[in-house]
Design a binder for this molecule. Structure first.
Ligand code: NAD
Length: 485
């Protein structure tokens, strides 16, 4: 078992209380982190504020080199990070390796993007004697609040651009994945000037909210649930903070009439069950043409029933556990509600008889769009199959969700594809290849998912404030100044 201290101003800091971190596949305690609160947040924000001036005026090229060095250290430390990710977060090793690789590459992407420019020159009214500059400046101290489902990836999408833009950062990881966050930051960012990167661990309502409330934190970049996003927005509103919120989803997966059934089943199983369905862009609502419904359900059930549950470090594990018992309860409640209202479970629909927060991957048919499992985020290994008669109807049903993160279509028909990506209200539309991100392609949601964008130039822009400078080289009085003749 490991105990880890917080990382504030380049020093280890503990608190009076501790939080256990458990392996969700065994329910055993892996380690403990301090339960920080307002005092520790004050200390971290003060360290970040003190470091800001030096960091802001560090040359962008030097900042880039430090980010590259963090990448090199992370690569050298890759195996330990992946193992701790599995133990603390639960998904199988191949998925954790992918997460670590994605997280690390975004350090390199933003290191290079940060070298590129800090605004632009725009045409002046008097081009010979005036200069008009659009400057992009760092805000100051950024509060980065991170969930547990992709703890390093979603941190890196905030940390790398915030640092490349010249901000200093206070990180508040999820209570469930603080050990791996501390391990990464302390080992791989220890060459940054003290105070540039800080980690305060603790509960959301204590450490998280203290960070949002702190007057010296000008930007709050948070990924998490809609409810937490709403709470943060209401706390931050009186201080007019810049908010970057990446919230929940209820993504649809649509099989077009021309789709190949076998590969659509494989794509859906991946899109719905990756990380045991605990992906913000998990496919949580599936629409298949009515004529394909029975064959599709049968092939999907065969596929899903053959998947192997297990500890993420065991070879051959396809699905790990849910991150916590309360999340499993929610998944089970959604399945029970659907069954009570007429849905049929074709496979799964139960907790397996073993330790750990496992839930058997589940396929449901005879669902209707009003069931809780089709309207609220389930965040678990469930696949509710609905059917449709006309393609136009399905676009309206996709858009019926109050969230708008992503949507997937399986088709090779260009007319249907174009109608789909133009008609769907979602931040990302995947045609045939679900859940694939692109460093240069902005990621984020519409509607209740929040309007932030990570990745791409937009992901850097979030951490830069815009200033317009109008500069006249000539001090001669203007003839339109008072008095009016
Ligand atoms: P959560 O909202 O419970 O917690 C997210 C973070 O916010 C944690 O660090 C938590 O401690 C902190 N927090 C909680 N209450 C707070 C408060 N009052 N003030 C400040 N901080 C507070 O979410 P979770 O369970 O960790 O993650 C799952 C959710 O995240 C799902 O809804 C999922 O869809 C969403 N998510 C969204 C994206 C995206 O990019 N849109 C990506 C991954 C996960």
């Amino acid at each position: 078992m490991t105990d880890r201290a917080m990382w504030i101003g380049g020093e280890h800091v503990t608190a009076a209380e501790w939080i256990d971190s458990r392996d969700p596949a065994t329910e055993e305690v892996v380690g403990r982190v301090p339960a920080g609160g307002a005092a520790e947040v004050d200390r971290a924000v003060a360290a970040a504020r003190d470091a800001f001036d030096g960091w802001r005026w560090t040359a962008a090229n030097d900042r880039a080199e430090l980010l590259h060095e963090a990448y090199a250290k992370s690569m050298a430390h890759h195996e330990e990070l992946v193992e701790l990710l599995v133990r603390e977060q639960g998904k199988p090793r191949p998925e954790q390796e992918e997460e670590a690789e994605w997280a690390l590459t975004s350090l390199r992407y933003y290191a290079e993007l940060g070298r590129n420019g800090l605004g632009r020159v725009v045409p002046s009214a008097e081009p010979r004697t005036q200069l008009n500059l659009v400057l992009k400046e760092p805000y100051g101290v950024v509060g980065a609040i991170v969930p547990w489902n992709y703890p390093l990836l979603l941190l890196s999408w905030k940390l790398a651009p915030a640092l490349a833009a010249g901000n200093t950062v206070v990180i508040k990881p999820s209570e469930l994945t603080s050990l791996v966050t501390l391990e990464w930051i302390e080992r791989c960012f220890d060459h940054f000037p003290p105070g540039v990167v800080n980690v305060v661990t603790g509960n959301g309502a204590d450490a998280g909210e203290a960070l949002v409330r702190h007057p010296d934190v000008r930007v709050v970049a948070m990924t998490g649930s809609v409810a937490t996003g709403q709470r943060i927005a209401s706390v931050a509103a009186p201080m007019m903070k810049h908010l970057h919120l990446e919230l929940g989803g209820k993504d649809a997966f649509v099989v077009a009439p021309d789709a190949d059934l076998g590969s659509a089943v494989d794509a859906l199983a991946y899109a719905a069950l990756l990380n045991a369905g605990q992906v913000c862009t998990s496919s949580e609502r599936v629409f298949v043409p009515a004529g394909m419904r029975e064959d599709f359900a049968e092939a999907l059930t065969d596929k899903v029933a053959a998947l192997r549950l297990g500890h993420g470090l065991e070879d051959g594990t396809d699905l790990g556990p849910l991150a916590d018992d309360r999340f499993r309860d929610k998944v089970d409640a959604h399945v029970r509600d659907a069954v009570e209202r007429g849905a049929k479970v074709l496979t799964g629909g139960r907790r397996p008889d073993r330790p750990g927060y496992f839930y058997a991957p589940t396929v449901l048919v005879d669902v209707d769009d009003g069931m809780v499992i089709m309207t609220e985020e389930t965040f678990g290994p469930t696949i509710p199959l609905a059917s449709y008669d006309r393609f136009d109807e399905v676009i309206d049903r996709v858009n019926a969700s109050e969230m708008g993160l992503g949507a997937t279509l399986r088709s090779s028909d260009p007319l249907l594809i174009k109608r789909f990506y133009e008609g769907v209200k979602a931040g990302t539309v995947w045609i045939n290849d679900p859940l694939t991100d692109n460093y240069a392609g902005p990621f984020g949601g519409m509607k209740m998912t929040g309007g932030g964008r990570e990745l791409g130039p937009e992901g850097l822009e979030t951490f830069l404030e815009t200033k317009h400078v109008h500069w006249d080289f000539d001090q001669t009085r203007k003839d339109w100044w008072f008095p009016y003749a």
